[in-house]
Design a protein around this ligand. Structure first.
Ligand SMILES: [Zn+2]
Length: 268
């Protein structure tokens, strides 16, 4: 049986905040790579991820760290083939569809509005999953419980593709029970009373809280392929800009970690 796949996106997580955070569970997955996201907002980056264009460091001639050189997921017929063989080659119209064709159960959960299946805009990223859970805000504990319940229903011998987009790292940088109020949001686009130091303090604390919460899920996928990245960063006052949705060095710079299981299905 092919190994299962866990793909986690820490929405809006800046690379420098991730470096600063005490996140032993996430940081034990692999070396941490400073990469560029394919877009500066949620939809653009996830649409690219689901087509095999994961974050990359274009300066490295190294597969997977640089998806131009070699892709983790390579869609047949989509884009430059790369210098190195892909980890997994897939048919279908995106990696969700392709993994389902390869026998995977596709389980997805998202926290930000681009993953709201009730909206036409949210259907694009969610429709291909076998099951999808939308939380409508930061609620990682509920997402993890839902994933556990869905994995219980996966028949023995069926690999799973679990996708998790979490929003604790998204503005206003808050987790359930955090020792600060979610509002006022210290990072408002065009805002006049933003606070870069408070943004950093909160996002680092949110990464640390998520790292603890994710420990059992990461343990469950210890022998499987695991990919963790951000979909984009945020600006914290650089060049007068705040939040994301604008093309800037700080909205494109993201952390990437991955560990690929050796026996992935490589299609002919
Ligand atoms: Zn996002």
């Amino acid at each position: 049986m092919p190994r299962s796949i866990l793909f986690v996106t820490l929405d809006s997580c800046r690379y420098d905040a991730f470096v600063e955070a005490r996140a032993p569970n996430l940081k034990s997955i692999s070396p941490l790579y400073r990469t560029q996201a394919p877009s500066h907002f949620t939809y653009g980056s996830h649409a690219a991820f689901f087509m095999g264009f994961t974050p990359g460091d274009a300066s490295r001639r190294e597969p997977y760290v640089n998806p131009k050189y070699g892709k983790i997921f390579r869609m047949r017929g989509g884009g430059h083939p790369g210098e190195a063989p892909p980890h997994i080659t897939l048919s279908g119209h995106n990696i969700i569809d392709g993994l389902k064709e390869s026998g995977y159960r596709a389980i997805g959960t998202g926290a930000v509005n681009w993953f709201n299946p009730q909206r036409p805009t949210g259907r694009v990223l969610t429709a291909d999953f076998d099951v999808f859970n939308f939380t409508g805000g930061a609620n990682l504990r509920a997402q993890l419980q839902w994933i556990d319940s869905m994995l219980r229903d996966v028949p023995a011998g069926t690999p799973s593709f679990v996708f998790l987009n979490l929003a604790e790292t998204h503005v206003p940088y808050y987790f359930n029970g955090a020792p600060w109020d979610p509002l006022p949001n210290p990072c408002v686009a065009f805002g006049e009373s933003n606070d870069a130091a408070e943004c950093r303090r909160r996002q680092v604390a949110c990464i640390e809280w998520c790292d603890q919460a994710l420990e059992p899920l990461l343990a469950r996928f210890a022998s499987d392929t695991v990919i963790v990245c951000a979909d984009h960063g945020d600006c914290w006052g650089e060049d007068g800009l705040w939040e994301h949705g604008v093309s800037h060095e700080k909205t494109l710079e993201v952390p990437l970690l991955f560990r690929l299981a050796a026996d992935a299905p490589v299609q002919a």
